[in-house]
Design a protein around this ligand. Structure first.
Ligand SMILES: [Zn+2]
Length: 71
């Protein structure tokens, strides 16, 4: 499965919670946050996701998070 698709499904599975790039990185087993940031940045441009500053549901930190907007 494509990495972007795995990230897509992970974020969707967290709905309606928002998660940050670092937690996505940890969940996906990526080597760097930049890798997940690159993917979430791309997903954030689609109408299926919202990428904004907020509280991550997993680590509770105030940072850039992404959430699925579809149920
Ligand atoms: Zn987090």
């Amino acid at each position: 499965m494509l990495v972007a698709q795995r990230v897509n499904e992970f974020i969707t599975s967290q709905h309606p919670a928002a998660v940050c790039d670092k937690c996505i990185c940890d969940a996906m087993g990526f080597m760097s946050n930049a890798h997940s940031a690159q993917i979430t940045g791309a997903l954030g441009t689609t109408s299926d996701f919202e990428r904004e500053r907020g509280i991550c549901a997993t680590c509770k930190n105030d940072r850039t998070v992404i959430r699925s907007v579809i149920k």
